[in-house]
Ligand binder design. Structure first.
Ligand code: PMV
Length: 338
């Protein structure tokens, strides 16, 4: 039995603009997906999945997960258990040169699904790592990140950046610009996450931004301006002492940039009433800054606040279903048990 966990992430800056070659800075957070893998004697794959809010369910298939089992669970959970796990299994079989390998797989996630926190990337990263280890062919982190990206790319029909999978593999704060990915040494930032209980349709939201960009020069300029915000934020982060706690001045400046970033995302049409309500609840509670994270349309916001005020205020905000502090996960993918 091989048990591997991988973290989810928030975008400090740069979602959507990253699709057009601007840089982005996602940060891994201490909310993990854990995947347990046991090789089987046959070539079947059996997946048992659960997250915090749902009772588990199990599916088993022989050749491919394309014939979706008829189970009554929300689509993001079914996708995590079938599409993403299947893609991870394919990558592991290829990497280990074991095309007929079968597995019993258990997925257990603390990351709200489809809400901009990188749940699918964490499942894919932990799944490939656990399955290749179980086959005796562990991968180095670069190859793991690369294969996890391929898996997401396949499932999402080419609509995936390297941000989520690289961040989940490496941990910490990372910088992604096209195919160029690197880790950033940063101090631990005081993230607070608010979740409205919903999810946006990433494909639709990305298509909406593309359409605005094609039709309005000001939308194209807005995307470039997000790139400028990311570059400014990145220089602040790399100028800070990664060992010490972040200074109040650094958090204040990063917060301002997050507010600017949210305003521009909102201009591009990817915020929502509940996301805006949570952003304002955080700001009014004294957060240094707040923005939506991920594709938008619903899902999560991320705020910076070293005090408890934002988390408490979000807990009393009607549009917020769950609020929690999210520590920066300095460790990415991690072997839990073997
Ligand atoms: O909601 P998420 O975590 O899937 O993030 C989507 C981020 C986008 O920039 C909108 C798309 C992408 O693949 O980078």
């Amino acid at each position: 039995m091989t048990v591997v966990s991988a973290p989810g992430k928030v975008y400090l800056f740069g979602e959507h603009a990253v699709v057009y070659g601007e840089p982005a800075v996602p940060c891994a957070i201490e909310r993990r997906a854990t995947v347990t893998v046991e090789p089987r004697a046959d070539s079947h794959v059996r997946v048992e999945a659960q997250d915090l809010t749902l009772d588990g369910f199990a599916v088993e298939y022989a050749d491919s997960a394309d014939d979706r089992p008829d189970v009554d669970v929300p689509k993001p959970l079914l996708d995590a258990a079938t599409g993403y796990v299947d893609a991870a299994v394919e990558q592991a079989r290829e990497a280990a040169d074991a095309p007929d390998a079968g597995f019993d797989i258990e997925v257990d996630s603390e990351i709200p699904l489809g809400a901009g926190l990188g749940s699918s990337a964490a499942v894919v990263v932990a799944g490939i790592d656990a399955a290749t280890r179980a086959l005796g062919e562990p991968l180095d982190r670069r190859e793991l990140a690369d294969r996890a990206y391929q898996a997401e790319y396949d499932v999402q029909d080419g609509q995936a950046s390297r941000a989520d999978t690289f961040c989940s593999t490496m941990g910490g704060a990372v910088r992604v610009e096209g195919d160029d990915c690197s880790r950033l040494a940063t101090p631990a930032l005081p993230f607070v996450v608010g979740f409205d209980g919903g999810a946006g349709d990433t494909g639709q939201l990305v298509a909406g931004v593309r359409s605005l960009r094609d039709r309005y020069e000001v939308a194209a300029d807005t995307i470039e301006s997000i790139g400028d915000i990311v570059r400014k934020g990145e220089s602040l982060l790399t100028g800070a002492d990664p060992g010490g706690g972040p200074s109040a001045e650094l958090i204040g400046e990063l917060g301002e940039l997050m507010n600017l970033n949210h305003g521009l995302l909102s201009a591009l049409g990817v915020s929502s009433r509940s996301l805006d309500t949570m952003v304002w609840a955080a700001r009014e509670a004294g957060a240094d800054g707040a923005k939506l994270t991920g594709a938008g349309g619903g899902g999560c916001i991320v705020a910076l606040d070293a005090t408890d005020e934002t988390e408490t205020s979000l807990q009393y905000t009607t549009d917020c279903e769950q609020a929690f502090r999210a520590e920066l996960a300095t460790e990415g993918v991690r072997l839990e048990d073997e």
